[in-house]
Design a protein around this ligand. Structure first.
Ligand SMILES: *Cc1c(COP(=O)(O)O)cnc(C)c1O
Length: 411
């Protein structure tokens, strides 16, 4: 077994060998520009792009014409939110629908930062606070709806805690109220069954590198019927992708995205069983040896490979330092890279700073093994036990002293 063990599949995934194999010829012999209409080099590339488009569509229950290729989810999010606001929130494009957006405090930064940008451009944004498990309810969305609400933008499966939002119910509400629903499906597509029509989704982003495809490729689903969604393009020049996203297509990576989607579709049940089994094994093994372990997330509505745990009475940084050489995981304070701020997601769920700092996100993927999970659990147990042995707070807790009632003196 090779260390460090990679348990950070929410951050990115390796390219599946089956995917890489299909991609390779498109760097060399099939290097054509998919927009070249006059020769076979172009036709071959275009055909490959069409196949990929069909595969992406098939995985999510869409029509191929509803798939716009982008460089990834961040770009797709920008196109969806800014494109919708420009189309339906500006008088320039006809009837103004409104400029109010509903989102949540547990979104990925790509959504939150885009919303901040739109606020500067005159949009009003309501940020819903999720429940303790990180979930937003349909009632909350209903309550936040206004006459001028244009768009609801919500994450489907959360990248930090794995909590799955009730998208189908929220989508039904949006359709009833004639409001668009954008969903960040980056962690969800390829991980659990997704059907954009059954799930009432109007716009959805996905990213190849989160589902065993290459980095730098992704897609936006743009619904074409009931309702037909129109967007103002954010990148102009050449009119590629039905005018919604210009730029020469990244053929090899798009081929990779398509194949990655095909593999996810045929392996979905197997992948779910594998990830769920190992996630449960990891959690059970840790809990068998440690008390005061808190699940961050919703046990009933959780992405298969995701486990986010907080370890009370240990200091986050020491915990990370204790395991860093052997486990590649993310922590509740490292998510915003260099800063030591606790994660905005955990904070929004009401997790205290101490527990947020001591949280570890485990991501289990297609190539994770039982052996790796057991090794990871043992390293965590070992480190937490060692740190707690040094902790006067843990000792007091063991003695049954309620720390909340202790009056602290000194500085
Ligand atoms: C990774 C991620 C993104 C950003 O995707 P990129 O393709 O890397 O730009 C957006 N949302 C969620 C939930 C993610 O996990």
């Amino acid at each position: 077994m090779k260390t460090p063990i990679y348990l950070d599949y929410q951050a990115t995934t390796p390219v599946d060998a089956r995917v890489l194999e299909v991609m390779l010829p498109y760097f060399t012999e099939h290097f054509g520009n998919a927009a070249s209409r006059n020769h076979s080099f172009g036709w071959t590339a275009e055909e490959a792009v069409d196949t990929a488009r069909d595969e992406v569509a098939k995985l999510i229950g869409a029509n191929s014409k509803e798939i716009v290729f982008t460089s990834g989810s961040t770009e797709a999010i920008n196109l969806a939110l800014k494109g919708a606001v420009e189309m339906y929130g500006d008088s320039e494009h006809g009837k103004i629908k409104g400029r109010h957006i509903i989102t949540s405090l547990v979104e990925h930064k790509a959504v939150l930062d885009t919303c901040k940008h739109l606020e500067k451009r005159g949009c009003e944004v309501t940020y819903l606070t999720p429940d303790k498990t990180g979930r937003v309810s349909v009632e909350q969305v209903a309550e936040a709806m206004r006459e001028d609400t244009l768009l609801v933008a919500l994450i489907w499966g959360n990248n930090e805690i794995g909590t799955i939002n009730p998208i189908r119910e929220i989508g039904a509400l949006c359709h009833e109220k004639n409001v668009l629903l954008f969903v960040d499906g980056t962690q969800t597509v390829g991980k659990i069954p997704v059907d954009v029509y059954e799930d009432n989704v109007d716009l959805m982003c996905l990213s190849a590198h989160k589902l065993y495809g290459p980095k730098g490729a992704g897609a936006l689903f743009v619904r074409r019927r009931k309702p037909r969604v129109r967007l103002v393009s954010q990148i102009d020049g050449g009119g590629h992708e039905r005018g919604m996203r210009s730029g020469t297509l990244n053929v090899a990576s798009i081929v990779g995205l398509g194949e990655a989607c095909r593999v996810c579709r045929i392996d979905l049940d197997k992948d779910i069983a594998h990830a769920t089994g190992l996630r449960n094994r990891l959690e059970a093994r840790i809990r068998a040896s440690l008390d005061e372990v808190h699940l961050n997330g919703n046990a009933e509505h959780l992405l298969p490979g995701c486990l986010n745990l907080s370890f009370a009475y240990v200091e986050g940084e020491s915990l990370l330092m204790g395991i860093n050489n052997e486990l590649a995981v993310s922590s509740g304070s490292a998510c915003t890279s260099a800063s030591l701020e606790p994660s905005h997601v955990l904070r929004a769920m009401g997790v205290g700073d101490e527990l947020a700092h001591s949280s570890i996100r485990f991501g289990i993927g297609r190539s994770t093994t039982e052996e790796e999970v057991d090794y990871a659990a043992d390293r965590i147990i070992e480190t937490v036990v060692r740190l707690r042995d040094l902790s006067p707070l843990y000792e007091m807790a063991l003695e049954g002293i309620d720390l909340a009632t202790v009056s602290w003196t000194g500085h």
